[in-house]
Ligand binder design. Structure first.
Ligand SMILES: Nc1ncnc2c1ncn2[C@@H]1O[C@H](COP(=O)(O)OP(=O)(O)OP(=O)(O)O)[C@@H](O)[C@H]1O
Ligand SMILES: [Mg+2]
Length: 501
């Protein structure tokens, strides 16, 4: 399929020259005049790249760019020299790249080539993201794929290590050979060894037949050693040997077996720490860490969140055959600000559940579970890896983490205390001889305060809270639900239940 580019004619002179150059460079190009035509062409022609030659400040441009982003179409903007801060404008508009005018057409063609190649790479690997961190991962992936050197991928749980490992294999000359995964933490030591290296008939009780290990099964292809940091010391020695000369013995075997396997390993706790704690051999660490890729946690690349959200919404709406409009700006902002300890996996799972459950065919702030909303922009927390034996050094590590955690909680509390008073319904106690809630003049009470009087049931309090929230939001049920921290549907149910007018 030829690489398709659309060129807008905001600046006709540039457009004509750029279009000619792109055509000469082998792209399938078209010039498009009105916004409507561009929108239409984005849907019909499915271009790989959109070049905007002008009119960047026109009201329709932002909407157009949003549509391009949704379709993962790369965008290149040609910015006027009079623009005070082109970088800022590009960021604001969400352009993938920009060039200042007068743009050299050969350079435009080069940038478009780079953008299209990057897009293809992302389509092939399924790795979404425009953040510098993800772009760096993609560059590395391209460089590392063709060779056989061992790669170590580090990153928190759910940050995309397996996706990257598969990407390396799929882009490598081994792509038609097997890609075999072994989760090193899932198996006890003896089983893991026989899983990796196979065993001879009668090697141990129950070994009725010879069995090939994963290294043999991966011959010619790649093996992905997930959670390699959890491997027992004896197995680590054997792995070291395979990495050194690509030979090993089956369990109970005497014949060395040689294989041609590319090793990609992953760990969700820094392997260097495990080396420092004496849990992982340093020689093995260096053997694994020939090439390395680090996937930062999602909270350190928040600019990727809108893109991930939109793509996951589209994916799950199609998968569950739901007509879905998208997400409101407030809801998206909450997702961008959330902490995501479970990284992309957590975001992806949440989007799936919201696509299935959101009543209006649109994700709204009130659809987002409170635990996500509450964990917003916290301090980065270190996740302690689970280990089989909790030795003294590990205890020390856990202890240090707990101290760290305690400091973080204190910091959070301090920040919480410093915050301006939140807009929410408060419940306070009053003397029982004060008048009951029903008889208090609504004007006289604090506008966002619900009064509790001895004798009130939980239902009374709930009802009063709902009434106060509705009053406070002038009857806007969506806002009231948000204030109360419940779903809009729950609010409707309760309004009905308490017969609130
Ligand atoms: N950049 C990304 N773009 C699109 N999807 C992603 C991205 N990163 C992760 N995912 C998705 O998130 C989920 C978790 O990713 P993956 O399994 O690769 O994480 P992991 O780092 O291997 O996690 P763990 O350490 O728990 O094994 C997968 O469904 C994966 O497709
Ligand atoms: Mg994984």
């Amino acid at each position: 399929m030829p690489d398709r580019v659309l060129v807008t004619t905001g600046d006709l002179e540039h457009a004509v020259r750029v279009n000619a150059q792109l055509e000469a460079a082998g792209f399938d190009t078209a010039m498009i005049t009105s916004f409507d035509d561009v929108r239409d062409a984005l849907r019909r022609r499915e271009p790989d790249c959109l070049v905007l030659t002008g009119a960047l400040h026109e009201p329709g441009t932002a909407r157009l760019l949003a549509l391009a982003r949704e379709r993962a179409v790369s965008t290149l903007g040609l910015v006027e020299t009079t623009e005070p801060d082109p970088k800022d404008l590009a960021r604001e508009l969400g352009l993938t790249a920009f060039l200042e005018k007068p743009a050299d057409t050969a350079e435009v063609a080069l940038v478009v080539r780079r953008l299209v190649d990057r897009r293809r790479l992302q389509q092939r690997t399924g790795i979404i993201g425009e953040s510098p961190a993800i772009q760096e991962v993609l560059v590395k992936l391209e460089q590392m794929a063709p060779v056989r050197s061992t790669v170590l991928i580090e990153g928190e749980s759910g940050s995309g290590k397996e996706l990257v490992a598969r990407g390396i294999h799929d882009l490598s000359p081994r792509r038609d050979q097997p890609f075999i995964t072994v989760t090193c933490a899932a198996l006890p030591e003896a089983l893991l060894e026989s899983e990796l290296f196979g065993h001879e008939k009668g090697a141990f009780t129950g070994a009725a037949e010879r069995r090939l290990g994963r290294f043999e099964l991966a011959d010619g292809g790649s093996i992905f050693l997930d959670e390699v940091g959890e491997m027992a010391p004896a197995t680590q020695v054997k792995l070291l040997r395979v990495l050194e000369d690509r030979t090993f013995f089956r369990v109970g075997g005497v014949q060395p077996i040689k294989v041609d396997v590319r090793v990609v390993a992953a760990t969700n706790r820094p392997l260097k720490d495990a080396v420092g704690l004496g849990q992982f051999r340093d020689d093995l660490y260096y053997r694994l860490n020939v090439l390395s890729i680090y996937l930062p946690p999602l909270r350190e690349r928040r600019s990727d969140i809108p893109l991930l959200v939109r793509r996951f919404i589209a994916e799950f709406a199609a998968q569950h055959d739901r007509k879905f409009h998208g997400i409101t700006p407030e809801a998206l902002q909450i997702l961008v600000d959330a902490d995501w300890p479970g990284n992309v996996r957590q975001l992806r799972n949440l989007i799936e559940s919201m696509v299935v459950l959101a009543p209006e065919g649109e994700i709204r702030a009130s659809d987002i579970p409170p635990d996500i909303r509450e964990h917003v922009r916290g301090l980065p927390m270190r996740i302690v890896g689970a280990s089989r034996d909790v030795a003294g050094k590990e205890l020390e590590f856990i202890f240090r983490s707990l101290v760290e955690l305690k400091l973080q909680v204190e910091e959070l509390r301090r920040r919480f205390d410093d915050r301006p008073a939140p807009r929410r319904v408060e419940v306070i106690e009053v003397d029982s001889h004060r008048p009951a809630l029903a008889s208090i003049d609504a004007e006289a009470a604090e506008p966002e305060t619900v009064l509790y009087r001895a004798g009130m049931s939980m239902a009374d309090v709930e009802r009063a809270a709902i009434e106060a929230a509705l009053r406070d939001t002038r009857g806007n049920r969506r806002k009231a639900a948000e204030v109360l921290g419940i779903g809009e549907r729950t609010l409707y149910r309760k309004i009905k239940q308490y017969a609130i007018a």
